[in-house]
Design a binder for this molecule. Sequence first.
Ligand code: SF4
Length: 339
Amino acid sequence: MIPDAEFGYELLVCRFVELTWYPDGDPRPAIVSRQLGTKRRRWDTVVIEVDPEAYAARRAFGDRALDSDLLHVVRDAPAEWAWYRDALPDPGYPWRYVRQAVHRAAGRDVIEKRRRGNRIEIRRVRPYPDWVDRIVAIENKPDLDRSAADALADQLAHDVETALADEVWLATEATGDRVEPALLRSMPVEAGILTTAFADGDAGGERAAVDADAATVDWLPSDLEPSGSEGRDPETVTRRLEIAERAYGKGWRSYHDTMRPDCRHFELRRAGRALVPHCTAKDRCPTDRECSGSCPSFTPEPPAWRTKGWPIEGGPGKGIRALLSRRRERVRDRIDPDG
Ligand code: SF4
């Protein structure tokens, strides 16, 4: 039983992945995010498997993601001072945008810059590491019916073809015999199938909504990394890195940035080893789209909650945001460079 359709399910899958990765195999250090991809294709859950030592070196560049413009500067910043136009590869767009990125990068202390005459020179602070091992995309479909299966089969086939990810999975909820084996069989054979059995944590049932045993692997995925010596082209490598950076900066709990934890009806409820949003007005997990300032039931938390009598300065909404950010930090810190 799922808190609410796809959004709630997605959060449970993210938490399951965070607890267990790799399903049915030895643990692999990884960070988890959601709703990332390219213009053409957005994945529900994204797992970035990392090299722990290189990941520690990436951590030294700070907690925020490096966007594509910053990556262009940071990855190629030279060890010795050089004019930025000599040091960096031709961007394919006007250099003035690169100059802006140079200033931003220096403002974040991820490179050094100085002015020589009318030229701006740059130097790296440290090498940007090769920290991303593999990228895994998971499509979440709690209720897999025929039309969802057809749409998903097309999307997964596209993923298999582009090989932007190293592995793709379908996560679907076991609901008696509602997931027909025939539907699963229509998926591309390269896609893995994870069947979840998340019980309803709200109901206080015997089974937790999410724990390490809450899913089984019904089909193992194939490795999509192109074989042969050429590997991926540089453009794909860059796109993968951009996705990994966004995943690193965002994590999967950033829904609090767009939802309204400052609404008096917003709560976080425990669902086994996960925390999921709950709306007391709707008596269910709200979707991230409906939980906004335009929600008809939105009621700002009373000012008194933000001042006296609330243990966290700033009121419950701010407290929820802080809690979710702390958890993201904790998970990021957990990857041990010594393995
Ligand atoms: S009432 Fe609306 S804005 Fe408030 S928590 Fe519920 S869904 Fe979100």
